[in-house]
Write a protein that binds this ligand. Structure first.
Ligand code: HEC
Ligand SMILES: [Cu+2]
Length: 320
C-alpha cells in the first residue's frame, strides 16, 4: 500500500490492522454494491414493459419450497458475514481504546491555532511531537477554546480534543521518521494551518532529545509549586484542620463515592475534583472543597495532575 499515491505510510503498531479492516469493509461493501447493481440492471432489462420474459409460475408448491431456502440463505449468510465483521472491528477498536499500562504520558493542549505539547520531564514543543519508537505513548489532551481533533494519518489514529475535559489517544510508533500531524476538526479561520509534524526517534536519540532544548522544570515540580501556592495543602496536607482526603497514591486507584459506586482516579477525575468539586464526592467526606474554576489554566491543571501522579504513599515535602 505504501506505493499508492495519497495513501499514508504505516508507521504504528495498529496501522496494518486498521488498513486490513478498512480494505475488507471496502471490498465487502463493493461486492454487495456490485451484486445489487447487477441484479437491478439484469431484471430491468429482462422484465421491461412489453418483454417476452416468462412471468408465470408453473408449479406453485415446488416454487415456494425452493424460494424459502433462497430467502433464508440471503438473510443468514450476509448476517453471519457482517456480524463477523462487527466482532473483528470491535476487537480493533478495543485495542485502540485501551491504553497500555506502561505507556509514556505526553500532554497536549490545543488552541486556536496551534498544538502545545509538554513532556513530563519539562521539555515543551509547539506543533511538533517527538516520540520514541517501540514504546506505547499516551497523549492526554484538552483544548483551551473550541473543539479540535488530533490526527496522525501514518499512525491511523485520531481523537477529538475537547474543551473542559481530557481525552486520550495512544499509539506505538514502529518506524523512525517524520510524519504529518493535522487538526481534523474545523476550528476557525486558520484551521488549515493547525498542522505540524511527529518525529519518531530511536529510544536513545529520543532520550537525548528529551534532556536537551529549553527545560522549564519537570511538570511535577511546577505542579507542586502551584499546589502550595493555591493552598491545597492547607486541607490535604498532614496537619490540616479540615477533614480532607490525603492525595498520596491516589492516582489510578478506585475511589468510593458518596451515594455509592466507585470511579478510577484518572486525569479526568482529578480535573473534575478541582474544577467541579461537587460532581463526585469521596465517600466519608463533606463536599467542602471550593472550586478553582477560573483560577487555574489548562497547563497548570496538567502540572498538578502530574504532581499528584508523582506522589506515592510517602508524604513528600511539598505537602507540608
Ligand atoms: C477547603 C479545603 C480544601 C482545599 C483548599 C482543597 N481541597 Fe481538595 N478536597 C477537599 C475535601 C473536603 C475533599 C473531599 C470531598 C470531595 O471529594 O469533594 C477534597 C477532594 C479532593 C480530591 C479528590 C480526592 C479523592 O480522594 O477523591 C482532589 C484530587 C483534590 N481535592 C485536589 C485538590 C487540589 C489540587 C487543591 C488545590 C488546588 C485542593 N484540593 C484544595 C478539601 C479541599
Ligand atoms: Cu484545530
Amino acid at each position: 500500500m505504501e506505493h499508492l499515491p495519497f495513501f499514508p505510510e504505516r508507521a504504528s503498531s495498529i496501522a496494518a490492522e486498521v488498513d486490513d479492516l478498512y480494505f475488507s469493509w471496502l471490498g465487502l461493501s463493493g461486492l454487495v454494491l456490485a451484486a445489487v447493481a447487477v441484479v437491478i440492471v439484469v431484471f430491468a432489462v429482462k422484465y421491461r414493459a412489453g418483454s417476452q420474459a416468462d412471468r408465470g409460475i408453473p408449479d406453485r408448491a415446488a416454487h415456494e419450497r425452493a424460494t424459502h431456502w433462497i430467502e433464508i440463505a440471503w438473510m443468514a449468510i450476509p448476517l453471519a458475514i457482517f456480524l463477523a465483521m462487527y466482532v473483528w472491528a470491535a476487537a480493533v477498536y478495543l485495542k485502540h481504546a485501551t491504553v497500555p499500562a506502561d505507556a509514556l504520558p505526553i500532554y497536549v493542549v490545543g488552541k486556536q491555532w496551534m498544538w502545545h505539547v509538554r513532556h513530563p520531564g519539562g521539555r515543551r514543543e509547539i506543533d511538533e511531537l517527538h516520540v520514541p519508537v517501540g514504546r506505547p505513548v499516551e497523549l492526554v489532551m484538552t483544548s483551551q477554546d473550541v473543539i479540535h481533533s488530533f490526527s496522525l494519518p501514518a499512525f491511523r489514529v485520531k481523537q477529538d480534543v475537547l474543551p473542559g475535559r481530557y481525552t486520550t489517544l495512544w499509539f506505538e510508533a514502529t518506524r523512525a521518521g517524520e510524519y504529518r500531524l493535522f487538526c481534523t476538526q474545523y476550528c476557525g479561520t486558520a484551521h488549515s494551518r493547525m498542522i505540524g509534524r511527529v518525529v519518531a526517534m530511536e529510544p536513545a536519540a529520543f532520550a537525548r532529545w528529551l534532556s536537551g532544548g529549553n527545560q522549564a522544570g519537570t511538570m511535577a515540580a511546577r505542579g507542586a509549586a502551584r499546589f502550595r501556592q493555591l493552598g491545597c495543602g492547607g486541607c490535604h496536607g498532614p496537619n490540616a484542620a479540615v477533614h480532607a482526603p490525603r492525595l498520596e497514591g491516589l492516582f489510578g486507584k478506585p475511589v468510593p463515592l458518596r451515594g455509592g459506586g466507585t470511579v478510577i482516579a484518572d486525569e479526568g477525575y482529578i480535573r473534575d475534583a478541582i474544577l467541579l468539586p461537587g460532581k463526585d464526592v469521596r465517600a466519608g467526606y463533606e463536599p467542602t472543597m471550593p472550586t478553582f474554576r477560573g483560577q487555574i489554566g489548562e497547563e497548570d491543571l496538567l502540572d498538578i495532575v502530574e504532581y499528584l501522579k508523582s506522589i506515592g504513599s510517602n508524604a513528600p515535602e511539598e505537602m507540608r
